[in-house]
Design a protein around this ligand. Structure first.
Ligand code: GLU
Length: 551
């Protein structure tokens, strides 16, 4: 007759507390009916992947829309793979894009909430209390198999449908108490394994919030729950943590689906009410006519830091993530043009089952649109915040004359069809370089259709009539006069009907002036550009161009 209690006391000499102690310490949450408690539970083993942020959004949005709670838990049981600033990258990434956790880890060594600690390495005792319970109840046992023995078992299973530690392969499952006590007293290292009661011929079904009903065979493996160093495996920590933190919905990558039968068995063995699962397929990217996963190794945009460094505003990232998160988001946005994204009724059922497509071109379009709808003040504040860290020279230029900078950002903004030039703050330097001689490299090459002599004449005559005090209408009237004076027609239609009668039309004349001012053939409204440059600079640039065209 095995004495499980004796074995448990021997293995867990250090443990005096009971599961009831922790059940009381972390009571069922007092939340409104239907409130969802979710968590983002990354391992700090690398940078925050965009797919992680995407999953974090699903967790956060479902919690927000049900008046629930969104937690951040750090799963750092694999110390070997941990990177130094892993936790900060995660916290900064979530915070920068507007989904700071309501509860849990808030920074390096800081946390908030009543269900902590939220870092797994600080929960060692809790796991041991629950593992002890399983040993006491005969639902877990110590396993002394060495890595070599396990490898040998693995090699013998080549032709088995099921691999792992079960049935005749589970060598330590039925050791006698004496054998166990002897080994432990002799200091033989051991893991603790679940004693599975599963039967491969029986099925379990569960309702995945995203994928729908899933049927799988029961788990039969005596999976390790505590490693030789006493640290839990992911599976065991997941069950204990999500139960005690009173998580209702586990949103995670769909690579975990295969483990659900094990997780359900663990929840049952521990006497916990199972959580609901929402398994997210990885983000996909189109390549060479096919699709592949958005990859940490191949795609710089897979790293959330990329968006921080490039200066994508929080609003753009949110807008894009929601676009790919829920298939009805774009319709909702059309119907609710100015509504804050937090009002969007997120729904797991509207998520892609097979993997949403991540598309940087679309991302940039979404971002350009978001930025085009911001006020000039908001753009100024965002750009300077970003530039302070990532482009000090630009920061200096913009802040040395904030009025000028805001006037520049205001060009073609705040109208029914704002221009969509800027996708991220990293593009601002180039966008406005011609306003600042410090960063402007003029290139006033003319299009082939306009010769230098004509351009010099246009600019010379223009110099005589330009006045900073003109209204936009007066300014344009002068351009038209200029056309006529130089052999161009102010009327494009007229030019098309009778091209031989003119050197060109008003578009050519403004192109010449535009190039002299900006070195570009395409720019925002030229009138406002000249206003922002100021008279002295306008004349200086006209002179430079005239001299250059005259050779
Ligand atoms: N630490 C696990 C991972 O990063 C978490 C999975 C989960 O959310 O449960 O994949």
């Amino acid at each position: 007759m095995t004495d499980n209690k004796k074995i448990a006391d021997l293995i867990f000499k250090d443990i005096n507390r009971t599961p009831e102690y922790y059940e009381e310490m972390y009571p069922v949450r007092n939340l409104p009916e239907g409130a969802r408690v979710t968590r983002f539970a990354p391992s700090p083993t690398g940078y925050l992947h965009f797919g992680g942020l995407y999953a974090g959004f699903a967790s956060k949005f479902t919690a927000v829309s049900t008046n629930g709670v969104f937690m951040l838990r750090i799963e750092d049981t694999d110390k070997k793979r941990e990177i130094e600033d892993g936790v900060s990258c995660i916290v900064n990434g979530l915070t920068a894009f507007g989904i700071a956790p309501d509860e849990g880890v808030t920074g390096f060594d800081t946390e908030k909430g009543d269900y902590g600690p939220y870092t797994q390495s600080h929960r060692r005792e809790i796991y041991r209390v629950f593992a002890k319970k399983l040993v006491e109840e005969g639902r877990a046992y110590p396993c002394f198999c060495t890595p070599e023995i396990l490898e040998e078992i693995h090699n013998r299973q080549e032709n088995e449908d099921i691999k792992g530690y079960y049935g005749k392969y589970a060598r330590c499952r039925d050791l006698t108490d004496d054998e166990i006590i002897e080994k432990i007293n002799a200091g033989v290292p051991f893991t603790v394994r679940l004693r599975s009661m599963g039967d491969i011929s029986r099925k379990i079904t569960f309702d995945d919030m995203i994928k729908g009903k899933i049927e799988m065979s029961e788990n039969v493996n005596d999976v390790v729950i505590l490693k030789t160093d006493g640290i839990p495996t992911y599976h065991f920590a997941h069950a204990v943590d999500d139960h005690l933190m009173r998580t209702t919905h586990v949103v995670r990558g769909d690579e975990w689906i295969a483990s659900v039968p094990l997780h359900i068995e663990l929840f049952r063995a521990l006497g916990f009410k199972p959580v609901k699962y929402a398994h997210i397929a990885p983000l996909m990217k189109e390549e060479n006519g096919g699709k592949r996963k958005l990859s940490k190794r191949k795609d710089p945009e897979a790293n959330v830091t990329y968006y921080i460094e490039k200066g994508y505003p929080k609003e753009s990232v949110q807008e894009y993530i929601l676009t790919i998160l829920n298939s009805n988001f774009e319709d909702w946005r059309r119907a609710n043009k100015t509504e804050d994204v937090s009002k969007f009724p997120f729904n797991f059922k509207k998520m892609s089952v097979s993997g949403a497509l991540f598309d940087m071109v679309k991302f940039n379009d979404v971002s350009k649109n978001v930025i085009s709808l911001m006020t000039a003040d908001k753009v100024y504040n965002c750009v300077t915040d970003w530039a302070k860290e990532y482009d000090k020279e630009l920061y200096g230029l913009l802040t040395s004359n904030s009025e000028k900078a805001k006037a520049i950002f205001n060009i073609d903004r705040d109208n029914p069809k704002p221009r969509k030039d800027i996708a991220c703050w990293d593009e601002v330097r180039d966008y406005l370089s011609y306003f600042y001689n410090e960063i402007y490299t003029p290139d006033i090459t003319l299009p082939e259709t306009i010769n230098s002599a004509d351009a010099a004449e246009i600019l010379q005559k223009y110099k005589e009539i330009y006045s900073e005090n003109d209204t936009k209408d007066e300014w344009f009237a002068k351009i038209k006069e200029l056309c006529t004076a130089c052999g161009y027609t102010p009327n494009v239609k007229e030019y098309k009907q009778n091209p031989d009668a003119f050197k060109g039309h008003v578009g050519d004349v403004t192109t010449v002036i535009r190039i002299a001012m900006t070195s570009r053939v395409n720019s925002p409204d030229l009138y406002y550009i000249m206003q922002a440059l100021g008279t002295d600079e306008v004349f200086a640039r006209l002179d430079t161009a005239i001299n250059s065209y005259r050779g």
